[in-house]
Design a protein around this ligand. Structure first.
Ligand code: ADP
Ligand code: MG
Length: 250
């Protein structure tokens, strides 16, 4: 087995405010291998976003360590956070601008991504002129533009309507796999987790601890979220996850 890209050891975190303390994460440990696509599910408010912010370096662990063999981490949030006053092209180039790396190589890569994500014809449009799915794809290009080795995705599809969500999530995940990236996807949608991930980490209610770590293997000839839902194993994974989230035990 290759060495892990990400190693989380005994991670704990609490928020402190004038009114008190919120214990969000408790002794969380896991590893992610290069190229793995891992989903995280857990009750609302259990500490999922906190975990991602810690991995992204936006928060400092109270206890424990985070070891990532790459410093190239891309973070994509629930809302697309595109700037309305910038065109799509100016939006997707934002990371390069901030990091002072708008070199010919990176700009060529952005051109390639715009074509691949079917947004090339919209590069000079503003976000308000695009559909929700298109904006989400633009946000992903902005994240991918810096060529991250690890992608952190915090409920990136939850602002989309159900039909668009099925299509865009399958599409985006396939692109992430094709590009051989390692990804950590937070979702509250169990079907999405089963159909997209290689592995699912189940968290308990706050403070989050790891309740289960489930490898997903589906027998399908076709790829994509709809095909995955037809796989014979799908139902038993769903039942298991549902019970774990409802009862808080494995
Ligand atoms: P999840 O993403 O699983 O819904 P979060 O990680 O956002 O949960 O939050 C975990 C807990 O920490 C929640 O109870 C939330 O209210 C609290 N929390 C989140 N961010 C802050 C903050 N900046 N200050 C204080 N408490 C926070
Ligand atoms: Mg969250």
């Amino acid at each position: 087995m290759s060495s892990p890209l990400l190693q989380i050891n005994d991670l704990s975190y609490s928020y402190h405010s004038l009114t008190g303390e919120t214990y969000a994460l408790s002794h969380v440990s896991f590893q992610i291998q290069p190229g793995e696509f891992v989903a995280i599910v857990g009750p609302s408010g259990c500490g999922k976003s906190t975990l991602l912010s810690l991995i992204a370096g936006l928060l400092t662990p109270e206890n424990g360590q985070i070891v990532c063999t790459s410093s190239r981490i891309g973070y994509m949030l629930q809302r697309d956070h595109l700037f309305e006053w910038r065109t799509i092209y100016q939006n997707v180039c934002l990371g390069l601008e901030i990091n002072h790396c708008a070199t010919k190589e990176y700009l060529t890569y952005i051109d390639m991504l715009l074509k691949e994500y079917d947004l090339d014809a919209f590069r000079d449009k503003y976000p308000s002129e695009l559909s929700g799915g298109m904006k989400q794809r633009a946000a992903l290009i902005r994240t991918m533009a810096l060529k991250p080795d690890l992608l952190l995705l915090d409920e990136p599809f939850s602002a989309l309507d159900y039909q668009t969500r099925l299509q865009v999530s399958g599409d985006i995940c396939q692109k992430i796999r094709d590009a051989n990236k390692t990804a950590l996807l937070i979702t509250h949608d169990l079907s999405e987790a089963i159909s997209l991930a290689d592995r699912i980490l189940v968290l308990t209610a706050r403070p989050a601890t790891i309740l289960d770590d489930i490898g997903i293997q589906l027998t399908t000839t076709e790829t994509g979220p709809l095909a995955a839902r037809q796989a014979p194993e799908y139902g038993s994974y769903f039942d298991k996850l549902w019970k774990e989230l409802t009862h808080g035990t494995t």
